[in-house]
Design a protein around this ligand. Structure first.
Ligand code: ARG
Length: 298
């Protein structure tokens, strides 16, 4: 029976009773060889067509890749494909899962825009080679699902945070809840500037989240505050212009984040996190930053 939670009064679990999930040890990234802004499918891309410094983008991407290596992650690289300038955002084409028995599964995305739909089979091929069991969401017409752009695992727990409204359909979360037998907390996004959940919710560890609160409605904020003891808030400047919330904390301690998020970084340090800053300015032109440029795997 699917368990999709849309209001705080429906939360019946204790966090500590939820199925444990291991922390990821691997990162998958797609080479930025063909990265560019060639079309506009989110507000950040407006006026950026043809304005990417591709050499600079490669440098930024390489620094980020090396950052994961320095933190001890094994990094698997998938080649970019000509004609798919957004494929580099490897958080978007899938949602992987590890079962309690260690079995690895993945739900492939159904991208919202026609320009990105063709990226998915290439990423599916990667998962086949990795021995994953592959699932496809059962969606029709204009329904879509954009993987870990919109669906985030709670730190170390079989609990999914799933957003809908712009790139993903609410319906998919019932299917994912059934498939993996996990509860899903569904949040309706409110602003196209924050079109993916990973632009406005960053799960830092089991009880701490970084959010941009204006991206959510009252029910969403209530859900977030019901589950996390500590909620750090980003300012609108850092969330919108610097993609501060599109950070990643893969181990519950180290946060990889876009350079210059002074206010958020101070709050993160005060809460005991280690901050590692990266420049992702070229990717921000396309509406993505640190979080979107990788997929964490087990
Ligand atoms: N240009 C891409 C798009 O709009 C950016 C994706 C960024 N990814 C993310 N997870 N926020 O689809």
């Amino acid at each position: 029976m699917s368990r999709v939670i849309t209001s705080a009064d429906q939360i019946t679990f204790n966090r500590s009773d939820l199925q444990p999930m291991p922390v990821p040890g691997k990162v998958m990234m797609v080479k930025p060889t063909f990265f560019d802004v060639e079309y506009v499918i989110n507000p950040h891309m407006k006026n950026q067509v043809g304005r990417v410094d591709t050499m600079q983008a490669e440098n930024e991407w390489e620094h980020l890749r090396d950052g994961y290596k320095e933190l001890g992650y094994s990094v698997q690289i998938v080649d970019g494909v000509e004609g798919y300038p957004d494929m580099v955002f490897s958080a978007n084409q899938s949602l992987p899962y590890i079962a309690p028995d260690g079995g690895k599964e993945v739900v492939m995305s159904v991208m919202n825009s026609s320009q990105r739909k063709g990226e998915v089979p290439y990423i599916e091929e990667f998962y086949k080679q990795e021995g994953y069991t592959i699932h496809h969401a059962n969606l029709t017409g204009d329904e879509s699902f954009e993987g870990m752009g919109d669906a985030l695992w709670h730190f170390k727990r079989g609990l999914l945070w799933g957003a809908y409204g712009f790139r993903s359909s609410l319906k998919v979360y019932e299917q994912i809840s059934d498939l993996f037998d996990v509860p899903v907390i569904a949040l309706e996004l409110q602003s196209d500037t924050f079109y993916h959940l990973d632009t406005c919710l960053c799960i830092l560890n089991e009880d701490t989240a970084l959010i941009y609160s204006d991206a959510f409605n009252a029910e969403g904020l209530e859900l977030i505050h019901a589950v996390f003891d500590t909620v750090i808030e980003a300012t609108s400047y850092e969330a919108e212009t610097l993609f501060a919330v599109n950070a990643v904390c893969p181990d519950g301690k180290n946060v990889l984040i876009q350079q210059g998020c002074t206010d958020v970084n101070q709050k993160l340090r005060d809460a005991g996190f280690y901050v590692h800053e990266y420049s992702t300015y070229e990717f921000i032109k396309s509406g993505g930053s640190v979080f979107c440029l990788k997929m964490l795997l087990w």
